[in-house]
Ligand binder design. Structure first.
Ligand SMILES: Nc1ncnc2c1ncn2[C@@H]1O[C@H](COP(=O)(O)OP(=O)(O)OP(=O)(O)O)[C@@H](O)[C@H]1O
Ligand SMILES: [Mg+2]
Length: 268
């Protein structure tokens, strides 16, 4: 689904990553990664296991502290900021492994995401000041909106642990959306989903983009990636192997050799 947007030169990208480095002992998980994401795109990050995709997400969200480079988001430098500040600036994410509270309801799990946007302090919350109650109403409204987008509204009061796996993964997406991001990072949202759920996920990702949210998508499911993404970044051993449209990437002999192989089918 390549849009006209992806072919236009963009004045200022939403996200500009430059020379990002992150090592663990002797392993260079990110060995000087640079790329730019224009606003309004679905931008995929692919590559073999251990290529550095999740490490990149952890660096973008402030969970890791890269030793070099810069991460410019809408003019703000994210490097060195703690995760809650980065979320408040409009970058939220889902996790490769589910991070749900199984005993809490779906709505409660999603409201945890909204609290990243809360402005009132702990003391005001403890005293139940009027501003806090107003804010809680606002957060609840955002959570309900996110549940609507993810087609989970009818599940709001169910315990998250009682949902089928595919819907649990959607709750994670709803939580990340409830914080009203400008940039949403999805780490392997299709992992463990069946074909029907994967098709529904593709529609959901397209709806999220249509709502004006730029999406960074890490995914191994090539039919999904190639059909939904405007551009792709290919990582291999912590370095950028290629960057381009799905057509560019599928025809790139280096990417085929390192990752795609010869027998990948791209029809969904
Ligand atoms: N917290 C950590 N401590 C030590 N090594 C790590 C840590 N996080 C990642 N690594 C290493 O960094 C490299 C990149 O890992 P990463 O999880 O980013 O890969 P990935 O591209 O997300 O792979 P996958 O497709 O399997 O999820 C790997 O060699 C991994 O073992
Ligand atoms: Mg990963």
């Amino acid at each position: 689904m390549t849009t006209a947007l992806s072919t236009l030169p963009s004045a200022a990208p939403l996200l500009a990553v430059e020379g990002l480095e992150q090592s663990f002992g002797g392993v260079m998980a990110l060995a000087g990664v640079s790329f730019q994401v224009p606003a309004g795109l679905i931008y995929a990050v692919i590559g073999p296991n251990g290529a550095g995709k999740t490490t990149l997400f952890n660096a973008l969200c402030g969970f890791y502290s890269p030793s070099a480079g810069s991460i410019c988001f809408e003019g703000d430098e994210l490097l060195g900021l703690p995760p809650y500040r980065i979320a408040a600036l409009g970058v939220t994410r889902t996790f490769q492994n589910l991070q749900l509270f199984f005993n809490m309801t779906v709505l409660e799990n999603v409201m945890v995401g909204c609290h990243l946007r809360a402005r009132t302090g702990l003391l005001a919350a403890a005293l139940r000041l009027p501003g806090v109650r107003r804010e809680e109403r606002q957060l609840r409204e955002w959570a309900h909106e996110a549940l609507e987008v993810c087609e989970l509204a009818d599940r709001a009061e169910q315990p998250a642990g009682a949902l089928p796996y595919g819907l649990m993964k959607r709750v994670e997406i709803a939580r990340a959306l409830a914080a009203k991001p400008r940039l949403l990072l999805l780490d392997e949202p299709a992992a463990g989903l069946n074909d029907t759920e994967t098709l529904a996920l593709r529609d959901l990702i397209a709806r999220i983009r249509a709502a004006g949210i730029t999406v960074l998508l890490v995914e191994h499911h090539m039919p999904l990636v190639m059909s939904v993404s405007d551009r792709l970044l290919v990582l291999d051993y912590g370095s950028v192997l290629a960057e381009g449209t799905p057509a560019d990437i599928q025809a790139d002999p280096r990417v085929i050799a390192a990752y795609l192989g010869g027998a990948v089918q791209y029809a969904v």
